[in-house]
Design a protein around this ligand. Structure first.
Ligand code: CO
Length: 185
């Protein structure tokens, strides 16, 4: 079982190294363990038995003490008819190749499995991004276009690979600063 590194540990603030390709068995195994942890974190019964485990939608390798550029994401999205779609990736060496000028922020505030304290305020993100990465879940390179919540999650996780935490993006002098045209998600 993986152990989550908290934000008092220096390695969480380090810039992670690119993953050597082709992907090694060991790195694929790490990604599988990370995804398994996310799935468990989304299981209410599991959380009842393990109170230190909080529900997450994304996890980056530095958060389990591996300073390599890889991350996992898993959550369900629902349309107005109640149909669900699973958003799930095991991304290796992700790069943001396109980003919008338009900003957005999570109205309820962002959270992070590595951050136990509350950090209220707006962490502004780009509303739309395009990410290129190898996705070990499908075994192919892919180009992901993401908007709104999907874009926020990807940017949050990619930030971890550069040692950046969500609260670094909140203006300490004016945490609820308005940015004209920014979309509340
Ligand atoms: Co995080």
């Amino acid at each position: 079982m993986v152990k989550i590194v908290k934000d008092n540990v220096a390695s969480l603030r380090a810039k992670s190294k690119p993953v050597e390709m082709p992907l090694s068995e060991k790195d694929k195994h790490t990604l599988d363990e990370m995804l398994e942890y996310l799935h468990l974190s989304q299981d209410e019964e599991y959380r009842k038995k393990h109170p230190s485990c909080r529900e997450g939608v994304g996890l980056a390798a530095p958060q389990i003490g591996v300073n390599k550029r890889m991350l996992v994401i898993s959550y369900d999205v629902y349309d107005e008819d109640g149909n669900s779609e699973k958003i799930e990736y095991q991304l290796v060496n992700p790069k943001i190749v396109v980003n919008s000028v338009r900003k957005c922020y999570l109205a309820s505030g962002e959270g992070c499995l590595s951050v136990d304290e509350e950090h209220p305020g707006r962490a502004y993100r780009d509303f739309k991004i395009v990410v290129e990465a190898y996705d070990a879940l499908v075994g192919e390179n892919r180009r992901i276009t993401a908007r709104g919540f999907d874009a926020i999650v990807l940017q949050h996780e990619i930030d971890h690979l550069d040692g950046i935490l969500f609260y670094d993006r909140i203006d300490p002098k004016n945490p609820n600063k308005e940015i004209p045209g920014a979309v509340a998600i």
